[in-house]
Design a protein around this ligand. Structure first.
Ligand code: S3P
Length: 752
């Protein structure tokens, strides 16, 4: 396991193989031998080296213990504990296999490092009739443009991946030996099929090498222009490093993986041809589209490499929070932009005519998932850069069919609101998300959409993925929401944009009205009368400017933190205080919290204020049910306030909490119980007795708000708290850790 800093150093692991015999002692073979030797992971490393100078160099550099001139010279010594590693160019593997077949006992495990697996499989079949069980096909995804034994590096495989492509008849002992060998040198070992390996590598490795060689070759043909190389700086250098790789090896790879390389090349040539045409006709929109999509994909890749992924497919490691007990929160902070408004800014901006500029956009995984989904449907979106996003709207009917199912990670708001938009499109679509989203109810949107004439399929029990059929004529409906849900209300209203006639929704209690406000801001006529909101299809949205206020749901963690930690005095600036979102302020005040609002103003149709929170002893209350929808996301944090209050807090009418990112009633009751608080769940709420918080490990069930709630609980705990799996905090509050530390919370991130 990596240490907390993620840095591993070579440490002795003890022998996992007997003798390692490397055939082809270049960069790849030499690095494995050197790495196993340095870690004491093989009893002896032997190089099969023909050329005397290479043999001398290998010994001088300490890459191997000894060298032999041929396989035959060592074959008789080898047994079941030993491994032969074939690290010759791809097309030379067949010849080596023929030598092995004739001289080496079948007990000996054989593996290889060739970049193409199909051709090695074919070579083994040609030599042996069928791939022998002792042969484990493998490919270390590591290398350098340098080659030869002098480039051997004992750390080459550390934290790199090795792909093994075992076959049905591969001998299990050989497979585990090869796996253990690669793990011993610090590599992560993955299994794949031969076909999948060759396709993936064809696209991600072989294609870029072909392009790099071709680009340098193209430029060097222009010999009349000596300036080309003289002035070729950053871009040329970054793009073409791999054109210095070993030509023989790459000539082999292109031939060996011909089919997959040709498929990838065709796709690339097609894309390049379209790019050329766009440059020719000066189509800036097309160019921006390609460049912004590519930049997002490349940044995303950088995030994977640095473990700062932004959507779940990209989330690699898990993190925990370790909190020390006690402390005080002080200062003035602005939490990131409102999640609900950020989602809607992308959706409506995309469907508008003209450009929409957004400021204060939340760069959290959920809102980024929405942004990516609209990019996948052909919308050009610049940014986000420091909260600024520029959306080149395509109009209500300008979205294009996505090439693959839309993946929206953890985001319930994205799937529910987008289903309304997708129901009105001419194309079919599919939306899916992560493990937590896969459990969340979607019938609540599928049912009204079906009433409108949409064709929506769900998984069993009305769960994601959603499959939505395009080309349906929608009609307006009069819909009484069965539950107080802004997501369902918004879904129906967004589908209403595409419906014939008027769509009317009536809610059982007020829920957040950002959709209605923002539609009005985009120039759409939305009529509101008490619990009813209605609009008529067939209009249009016009691009606008949006300033996203700080998210009151994120500010909540700090409001509760300051309320429970004696001596605290914290100001939260520019917080959205839309009347449909201020339940948390009302509830904390009713519990005796000391909160003062100042600098109240309206920004882009949404009210905002600065909120100063000072410590005050809290008392338990029966939370008024009319506050529940107005504080729906804030209850996990409010339960922490209740645990620190004097007396009993009772929540009722909040069964919706059971179908959020986790069952928040159960998850909070379990965590509070671990900390020594009497917290009894009820079907639609909870009863919490205020008390003294101890410490311990709490589970988050992948829920961002559960994680942040227990992080602030530490301010009043008597022992450290470990919040297990806080990875999803990045969905809504990517700067939580930094702000928590800045205000005085003692929080350490533990990286798995
Ligand atoms: C949201 C509505 C609420 C809330 C969610 C965001 C929205 O969900 O919990 O975090 O942006 O419309 P419900 O509509 O399911 O109550």
């Amino acid at each position: 396991m990596p240490d907390v800093t993620g840095v591993r150093s070579a440490s002795a692991v003890g022998p996992v193989v007997g003798r390692l015999v490397v055939v082809g002692l270049g960069l790849i073979g030499g690095s494995l031998a050197a790495a196993l030797r340095e870690r004491g992971a093989c009893r002896e490393a032997i190089g099969v080296v023909l050329r005397e100078d290479s043999a001398r160099k290998a010994l001088e550099l300490g890459v191997v213990d000894r060298v032999v001139p041929s396989l035959e010279a060592i074959a008789g010594e080898l047994g079941a504990d030993d491994v032969i590693f074939i690290a010759v160019p791809t097309l030379a593997v067949a010849e080596v296999l023929a030598h092995i077949r004739d001289t080496v006992s079948p007990d000996v495990t054989i593996t290889d490092g060739a970049s193409v697996k199909g051709s090695v499989q074919a070579a083994a079949e040609a030599v042996y009739g069928t791939v022998p069980p002792q042969l484990v096909l493998g490919h270390p995804i590591a290398g350098s443009e340098r080659s030869g034994v002098a480039a051997a590096n004992p750390n080459l495989y550390d934290q790199h991946r090795v792909i093994l492509t075992p076959l049905d008849n591969t001998r299990p002992e050989s497979l585990s030996k090869v796996r253990a060998m690669w793990r011993a040198v610090g590599a992560e070992v993955l299994d794949m099929s031969v076909q999948e390996h060759d396709q993936v590598l064809g696209a991600t490795s072989h294609l870029p090498h072909a392009i790099a060689y071709s680009l340098v070759d193209t430029l060097s043909e222009d010999i009349a222009n000596p300036n080309i190389f003289r002035y070729a700086a950053g871009g040329f250098r970054d793009f073409t490093r791999i054109a210095s790789s070993d030509p023989v090896m790459w000539h082999d790879i292109m031939k060996a993986n011909r089919g997959a390389v040709l498929d990838s090349l065709d796709l690339f040539i097609d894309n390049l041809t379209r790019l050329r045409a766009a440059i020719e006709r000066e189509d800036g929109e097309y160019l921006l589209g390609v460049f912004t999509r590519a930049k997002a994909a490349r940044d995303h890749f950088t995030n994977i490499l640095s473990k700062k992924a932004f959507v779940t497919t990209m989330t690699t490691g898990k993190i925990d929070y370790l909190l020390q007990p006690g402390g005080t929160v002080k200062g003035s902070i602005r939490v990131p932009g409102d999640k609900s408004i950020s989602h809607r800014s992308i959706m409506l901006g995309s469907l508008a005519e003209g450009v929409t500029e957004v400021e204060g956009f939340l760069e959290g995984e959920d809102a980024l998932a929405t942004l990516q989904a609209f990019r996948d449907m052909g919308v050009v979106i610049e940014g986000p850069a420091e909260g600024r996003v520029k959306i080149h709207g395509v109009g209500l009917h300008g979205l294009k069919a996505p090439k693959k199912p839309l993946y929206i990670g953890n985001s319930g708001t994205t799937i529910r609101l987008m289903s309304g938009i997708l129901a009105g499109q001419a194309f079919d679509s599919e939306i899916s998300g992560d493990e937590s989203l896969a459990k969340r109810p979607m019938d609540r949107v599928a049912n009204p959409l079906r009433e409108m004439g949409a064709v929506v399929d769900t998984n069993d029990g009305g769960r994601p993925p959603l499959k939505i059929k395009g080309g349906q004529a929608l009609k307006g409906i009069d819909y009484a929401l069965p539950m107080a849900s802004a997501q369902v209300k918004s879904c129906v209203l967004l589908a209403g944009l595409y419906a014939e006639g008027t769509t009317r929704v009536t809610e059982p209690a007020p829920t957040r009205d950002h959709t209605e406000r923002m539609l009005t801001g985009f120039g759409y006529d939305v009529r509101k009368d008490g619990a009813v909101a209605e609009l008529t299809g067939g209009g249009k949205l016009t691009g606008t400017r949006i300033e996203v206020p700080a998210d009151i749901s994120s500010a909540t963690f700090f409001m509760v933190a300051a309320s429970i930690a004696p001596g605290s005095d914290l100001t939260l600036t520019h917080v959205g205080i839309n009347p449909t979102r201020i339940g948390v302020i009302n509830i904390l005040k009713a519990m005796g919290g000391d909160l003062t609002l100042s600098n109240e103003r309206t920004v882009g149709g949404e009210p905002v204020a600065d909120i100063r929170v000072r410590y005050a002893p809290l008392k338990g209350i029966h939370i008024p049910e009319d506050q529940v929808p107005l504080a729906i996301d804030e209850f996990p944090a409010l339960f922490i306030a209740a645990a620190c209050a004097e007396g009993e807090t009772v929540l009722t009418g909040a069964e919706e909490l059971r179908v959020k990112e986790s069952d928040r009633i159960q998850a909070m009751a379990d965590g509070l119980t671990t900390l020594g608080i009497d917290a009894r769940p009820t079907p639609d709420g909870i009863v919490i007795q205020g008390g003294t918080l101890g410490g311990g490990d709490v589970e988050t069930h992948h829920d961002h708000r559960i994680a942040m709630s227990f992080a602030i609980a530490a301010l009043r705990a008597s022992q450290p708290i470990r919040v297990k799996d806080a990875t999803n905090v990045a969905t809504s509050f990517p700067t939580f850790v930094a702000l928590a530390k800045q205000t005085g919370i003692s929080l350490e991130v533990i990286d798995h």
